[in-house]
Design a protein around this ligand. Structure first.
Ligand SMILES: NC(=O)c1ccc[n+]([C@@H]2O[C@H](COP(=O)([O-])OP(=O)(O)OC[C@H]3O[C@@H](n4cnc5c(N)ncnc54)[C@H](OP(=O)(O)O)[C@@H]3O)[C@@H](O)[C@H]2O)c1
Length: 321
């Protein structure tokens, strides 16, 4: 494809690194309702790059600046992307390219879900599924920092010890029996008030049944693609006021005022420097190795986030840390 040039209010960025996130894969499969361009369409929502050209009317960017690139239309899995200048953010130099490549989607979601949407108070229990995900690990460390206790659900026993070392208070393995029974027996007989779930299906259903009568659960992913069953057991719907609520970062970023967004960026920088919203780096691939990259991104028990590095060139090896 020809290298794109920026128009009014846009900038052209040379992409240095771009992650393979679950949302990218939903999008490629036509399952991402938040954004859906007609196919064929460019893809890749997040990344780090260098500003190479600026269109008319752009004020706050300079050529050569390193920026985080949240490409709302998709298109970061490429050597160059042209995006509205407002989707670029200059991140201080002491933060590594790997972290800047994953600057927004997971770090902002961890902060927005825990501190803004649920506003979990100190001392409360917060329950989460897929706790070993990159985002789940951020939530564990953030909760620890904020004095919140976490109940973490994983599907692999090996993940439990690792998460405890990160600061998880309790880890349940989903195969060890219904989560609601484990929660009510060992944590809170009345159930927990705060929960976040990207797994849905049977896990989400059991989490719903673990909620306190005033409990609230954010559903923020679709890892199994199966339904959460809310009404099958009347004990949990003909009593109390349990809330199941969709969380999507794009919605909240639009709601945030300019000063809230500035504060969020400052919080991400501070928490990234402290290692709290840090992403662990997995394998890196060239654009030509997209098939291997996607296969690796979906491996059970994968270690670290998978990145595409457009400048790496084909055949340069796939296991650079
Ligand atoms: N709504 C939003 O705005 C928003 C924003 C950011 C992220 N998200 C969502 O957050 C989730 C985590 O993102 P991430 O980047 O942190 O992901 P990630 O690092 O790729 O981790 C995925 C995790 O999900 C677990 N998993 C995958 N399939 C599963 C299944 N069928 N049942 C149970 N667990 C399963 C994996 O477990 P193993 O370790 O056992 O393999 C892994 O720990 C994704 O669903 C993503 O779409 C949503």
């Amino acid at each position: 494809m020809p290298v794109p040039e920026p128009g009014e209010g846009e900038a052209k960025v040379r992409i240095v690194e771009t992650p393979v996130n679950p949302s990218d894969l939903l999008y490629v499969r036509g399952q991402y309702a938040g954004v859906q361009e007609p196919f064929p369409a460019p893809m890749g929502f997040e990344g780090v790059g260098i500003v190479e050209a600026i269109g008319p009317g752009v004020k706050d960017l300079t050529i050569g600046q390193r920026v985080s690139v949240v490409n709302g239309r998709g298109g970061n899995w490429a050597e160059y992307a042209v995006v509205p200048a407002g989707e670029l953010f200059h991140v201080p130099d002491d933060i590594s390219d790997d972290q800047v490549a994953s600057f927004v989607i997971n770090p902002a979601s961890a902060i927005v879900m825990v501190r803004h949407v649920l506003a979990v108070p100190k001392g409360a229990w917060l329950m989460q599924s897929a706790a070993g995900s990159e985002l789940g690990r951020m939530v564990i460390r953030l909760a620890k920092r904020d004095g919140i206790r976490t109940v973490n659900i994983v599907r692999r026993r090996e993940a439990a010890e690792e998460l405890k070392r990160l600061g998880a208070d309790v880890v349940f393995v989903s195969g060890d029996g219904p989560i609601d029974e484990q929660v009510r027996e060992k944590i809170a007989p009345e159930g927990v008030k705060y929960a976040i779930d990207p797994v849905v299906g049977e896990i989400g259903t059991q989490m719903f049944r673990s909620l306190h009568e005033d409990g609230r659960m954010l559903v923020y992913g679709s890892l199994t693609g199966e339904p959460i069953r809310v009404g099958e057991d009347p004990r949990y719907i003909l009593a109390g006021r349990r809330i199941v609520e969709v969380y999507w970062l794009g919605y909240w970023l639009k709601k945030f005022s300019a000063s809230q967004t500035e504060q969020l960026n400052r919080d991400i920088i501070e928490l990234m420097r402290a290692g709290i919203v840090e992403t662990s780096t997995g394998r890196k691939y060239s654009l030509d190795q997209i098939n291997e990259a996607v296969t690796q991104a979906e491996q059970t028990g994968r270690k670290g986030k998978v990145y595409l590095v457009p400048g790496m060139g084909a055949g340069n090896g796939s296991a650079k840390k």
